[in-house]
Design a protein around this ligand. Sequence first.
Ligand code: HEM
Length: 538
Amino acid sequence: MNLASIPWGSVIRGILGLVLLWQATRLLHWLWWCLRRLGRALHAQGLRGTPYRFLTGDIIKANRRNRGARSKPMLLGCHDISPHVASFLHDVLRKHGKMCVSWLGPTPKVTIVDPSLGKEVMSNKFGHFEKLRFPALSMLLAKGVADYEGEKWAKHRRILNPAFHLEKLKVRTFIVIKCGLWLNLSQLMLPAFSACCEELVGKWMRSLDPNNSCELDVYPELQSLTGDVISRTAFGSSYLEGREIFQLQSEQAERLLTNLKKIIIPGYTFLPTRNNRRMHQTNRKIESILRNLIEKRMKAMQEGESTKDDLLGLILHSSMTATNENSQSIPGMTIEEVIEECKLFYFAGSETTSVLLTWTMIVLSMHPEWQYRARNEILGIFGKNKPEYEGFGRLKTVTMILYEVLRLYPPAITFIRKTCKDMKIGGITYPAAILINYPVLFIHHDIEIWGNDALEFNPERFAEGISKASKDVGAFLPFGWGPRVCIGQQFALLAAKMAMCMILQHFEFSLAQAYTHAPHDVTFLRPMHGAQIKLYAI
Ligand code: HEM
């Protein structure tokens, strides 16, 4: 066929027409969806006479105030909540009690600031709630257990749990390690954690000037540390491929954030923009590296090689021997599902732990007395030697500091659920498809729960454990609550302890002149302008 005879202009116009038609259909579908939601919302409004309150005006006012403050600190001040959000939330409490309704576009959103009601929602005893999902985003970033509901979620959680359960594995190890069959997870993870931290400390040492000091933005450094930690623990000897995945996942997350700022029409992610095409390409690349790794590992396992010495090995083993709640064998996860779980570890595990470490360094720079106490404790237990698992149990001050940082700067600042059936909360029956917002940041700063020093950094409140730290047991939930509680919390705390021990063993630190305190909520609570810190080798 003669290519020159093809009317290319008409073909391109035809294709563009089809794309436009497709987008127009999506737009109409979205408008229809909004109208349906509005209908449901009006139905909810019909429940007048109950303590339903509408805060649209307040929300618009607060957003307007925050818009003006975009380049300034947005959420918390030094350790207090910035005037905008604090006054808004306190107004909400004063005017509307511990539960109020606002609007997210056409969808009613119930905000709950009462821990007992919040826990009722999070524990989801009667299966009336679902997590809020963003399919277009999770398709590119990670699906995995965090994105599933019902039976599928339960199956994945059962398969993944053993890989993250430190205590359980420790007991099992004690019994069988003598036969050389099992590796203790803590023995398995800790060398990986300490190797990554050693690399970081070495890198910082090499940046020192002749006065033995240097100034660094520690936030990106700690981000790559936690990425390395996941790569090493998840993929063991294939650590370098793991590192490449982390870099690609980080690029992916940045591009998604750029998209999030301008998504105005549904299906935007599917438009063939340059950004979107690169995201789909990167996603294919990540999946192909992971598929290769997993297939190689499965082959090794089928040939009888013991590969339970990293997270991937543990998960594949657990998947091959999966059982249901009645201990009957069931098919494990497919390769595609394992790929999604691996992607999820990077997304859920690395940024959260890196912001925890970053805020800890910032707060310890602001409170040198606590930095001194933590260092003394670490040197007393480990000296300048590599920290060992057995010593971690005696790190009381470091644990109190990490808890207090998680209280003041919880990486995830709110939990959102969606009702999937009619549901009664606090005496009011809500219809399906209503959003429930449980703002953990606010609960963690509530004076009624934590006392008058709720906005201060005072790790001493955790001296007798979490349950005695507040008036309301269960008001401390940086890792969530109920069945969907964070699967990696032990892992994160262990990694954070290892990193803080090794940093405090080798450096003193204080805030650099360039540091501006600006906690900022973009997916997680991050330092908006970085964390410039001055390090002095000791
Ligand atoms: C300081 C570190 C961390 C914090 C503050 C944190 C926080 C959370 C929170 C609040 C949730 C529950 C979200 C909800 O209920 O809506 C969660 C879930 C989850 N986290 Fe973490 N996380 C951390 C580290 C990790 C690590 C290291 C991993 C894995 C390597 C991980 C994997 C997960 C997964 C898979 C879920 C979903 C669980 C489910 O839906 O069943 N997290 N995390």
